[in-house]
Write a protein that binds this ligand. Structure first.
Ligand SMILES: Nc1ncnc2c1ncn2[C@@H]1O[C@H](COP(=O)(O)OP(=O)(O)OP(=O)(O)O)[C@@H](O)[C@H]1O
Ligand SMILES: [Mg+2]
Length: 461
C-alpha cells in the first residue's frame, strides 16, 4: 500500500520534497556553523581581555624586603567589569598561601603561563564564569616565589552578544531557506517541463492520431519516445495492411458479383415458373446486399486511410453540397420523394478541409434520408451559417416506430429493426463518424417531433 502511494507521487512533488529537505539541512548547518564560529570568536575576545588583565596584574607585582607585593590594577578590572556589567573575580596565591582576592574561589588543576594562560569555564556563586589561570615564579633574594593568579569574568556580555547574533541569524537563515525553497520550486518546474510537454503531446492527440511523437526530448526520455514511435509505426503498418486487404477484397468481390447480378437478371427475364422467379429475385437481392456491403467496406477503408493522412484543400462548401444534392435528385425522383435544398450561405464561403472525407459524410447522410424516408414525402436539406459553424441539416419522414439510440446508430453493422428489408450494410453512419471526426466536425442524428429524422452536421470554420 505504502509502495503504491510512493509510486503515485508526482516527480515534481518528489523533487520538491527532496530539494526542500536539502535546503532545510543546508540552512540548519549554516545556522549551527555560524553560531559555533561566532561563539568561538566571542570567547577568543574574552580570553584576550583576560590575558591582558593578567598581564597588567603581573606588571604590578614587586618585591620589597624579600616580600612579594601586588598593586591590584583596579582600573583594568573596572574596565573589564564595565563591559556588559560583568562581574570580576580574582585570586592570587603565593607558594600555596592565599594572598588576596576571593579566598573560596576554586583553584583549577592546571595553570598556564603569561604567554598562554589556562582558560576554563566554571560555576561560581550561581554564575558561569570564564577563568584564566597562570603560574609565575618571582625571585626575591634568589628565593623563588611561586605566584598563582586567577582572574575570572562572568559571561553576561558574551551571552547578550550571542543571543543578539542568534536572533539575527535565525532571520537570515529563514530568509535563506525561503529563497532556497523558491529555487527548489523553479528547479522542479524546469526539470519537469520537458516531461510535461511530452505528456501533453501524447495526451492531446486523439485515438486516431497515429503521427509520430517528437523525439526532441531530454536524453532520459528519448528511449521512451523512440519505443513509442516504433510501436506507432508498427501499429500503422498493420492497420494499413488490414485496410489495403479489406479494400482489395471488396474490390475483388464486386466484379464477380456484378456478373452474378446481370446473369441472374437475364435468367429472371427468361424464367417461366413463379418459384424460379422468386428464387432469382432473392439471389438478386442478396447480390445487391453483398455489393452494398463490399462498397461500404471499400469506403470505410478509404476513410480510415485518409483520416490518418487528410489532404485539406480550400473549396466552396455550399457548392460541394449542392452538387451532391443534384446527384441524388434522380434517385429521389425514382422513389417519388421531393428533395428540397435551401441555403442562404454564399457560394464564395470556403472551408479548408479534406473534401473527400466531407463529401463521403454528406453522401451517406443523404443516402440514408432517401433510403429510409416514407414514400412520397419531403426530404429537406438546409445549409446555414452560425456563429462558429456551417450547419447542414437533412430531414426525412420516418415510421413512428422507435429509433436507434445515439450510441447504437454509429456502431458498425448495426441496423434498425424496421429497416432490415431495405438494402444496407450498417456501416454508413460509422463511416460518417470516422470522416467527421477526422475533419474536426460533429454529427448528431435524432428523431424530432412529427416522426422526422433530423441529421445535423456542424463544420467549424
Ligand atoms: N435518415 C434516417 N431515417 C431513418 N432511419 C435511419 C436514418 N439514418 C439511419 N437510420 C437507421 O440507422 C441505421 C444505421 O444506418 P447506417 O447508415 O449506419 O447503415 P445502413 O444505412 O443500414 O447501411 P449502409 O449505409 O451501409 O448501406 C439504419 O439501418 C437505419 O435503421
Ligand atoms: Mg446508410
Amino acid at each position: 500500500m505504502t509502495k503504491k502511494t510512493n509510486l503515485n507521487l508526482s516527480i515534481k512533488n518528489r523533487l520538491l520534497i527532496q530539494l526542500g529537505f536539502v535546503a532545510f539541512a543546508i540552512s540548519l548547518c549554516v545556522f549551527l556553523i555560524t553560531r559555533i564560529v561566532v561563539s568561538q570568536a566571542i570567547t577568543a575576545t574574552q580570553d584576550g581581555l583576560l590575558t591582558t588583565s593578567i598581564q597588567s596584574v603581573i606588571d604590578k607585582i614587586y618585591v620589597v624586603e624579600n616580600t612579594v607585593s601586588v598593586d591590584l590594577p583596579y582600573d583594568t578590572f573596572s574596565l573589564l567589569g564595565a563591559v556588559g556589567e560583568d562581574r570580576i573575580f580574582y585570586r592570587i596565591d603565593e607558594s600555596g598561601q592565599f594572598l588576596t582576592g576571593y579566598s573560596d574561589f576554586p583553584m583549577p588543576n592546571k595553570f598556564g603561563n603569561i604567554q598562554e594562560p589556562e582558560f576554563s569555564n566554571l560555576k561560581y556563586m550561581g554564575e558561569t564564569l570564564r577563568m584564566a589561570a597562570i603560574e609565575n615564579i618571582v625571585f626575591a633574594m634568589d628565593k623563588p616565589h611561586e605566584l598563582r593568579i586567577i582572574i575570572a569574568q562572568s559571561q553576561n556580555f558574551q551571552k547578550s552578544i550571542a543571543s543578539r547574533i542568534s536572533s539575527n541569524l535565525i532571520l537570515i537563515t529563514f530568509f535563506f531557506f525561503m529563497i532556497a525553497i523558491l529555487f527548489a520550486f523553479l528547479t522542479a518546474n524546469l526539470t519537469i517541463k520537458p516531461i510535461d510537454l511530452f505528456a501533453k503531446d501524447v495526451k492531446m492527440r486523439g485515438p486516431n492520431n497515429l503521427r509520430k511523437v517528437s523525439v526532441d526530448v531530454p536524453t532520459e526520455l528519448r528511449p521512451l519516445a523512440q519505443s513509442l514511435n516504433e510501436f506507432i509505426s508498427r501499429f500503422r503498418s498493420t492497420l494499413r495492411q488490414t485496410e489495403t486487404f479489406i479494400a482489395e477484397a471488396a474490390h475483388h468481390i464486386r466484379t464477380p458479383l456484378s456478373v452474378v447480378k446481370s446473369e441472374s437478371e437475364l435468367a429472371l427475364r427468361k424464367s417461366k415458373t413463379p418459384e424460379n422467379r422468386e428464387r432469382l429475385r432473392t439471389i438478386i437481392k442478396s447480390v445487391d446486399q453483398t455489393n452494398r456491403s463490399a462498397s461500404q467496406l471499400l469506403d470505410h477503408a478509404m476513410v480510415l486511410y485518409r483520416a490518418e493522412r487528410p489532404e485539406p484543400e480550400e473549396f466552396s462548401i455550399q457548392h460541394a453540397i449542392s452538387e451532391i444534392v443534384t446527384q441524388f435528385k434522380l434517385a429521389a425522383d425514382l422513389r417519388d420523394l421531393d428533395l428540397i435544398f435551401s441555403t442562404e450561405v454564399s457560394a464564395k464561403e470556403t472551408v479548408h478541409l479534406d473534401r473527400t472525407l466531407f463529401e463521403t459524410s454528406v453522401r451517406n447522410l443523404l443516402d440514408n434520408a432517401l433510403k429510409y424516408a416514407l414514400a412520397e414525402t419531403l426530404i429537406i436539406v438546409e445549409f446555414s451559417q452560425t456563429k462558429n459553424n456551417f450547419r447542414l441539416t437533412i430531414k426525412n419522414e420516418y415510421l413512428s416506430a422507435p429509433f436507434l439510440d445515439q450510441k447504437q446508430l454509429f456502431k458498425k453493422f448495426k441496423r434498425g429493426e424496421q429497416t432490415r428489408e431495405i438494402i444496407g450494410s450498417g456501416l454508413g453512419l460509422s463511416i460518417v463518424m470516422e470522416a467527421v471526426s477526422a475533419i474536426g466536425a460533429s454529427i448528431d442524428i435524432r428523431k424530432i417531433k412529427g416522426d422526422i429524422v433530423c441529421a445535423t452536421l456542424l463544420v467549424p470554420y
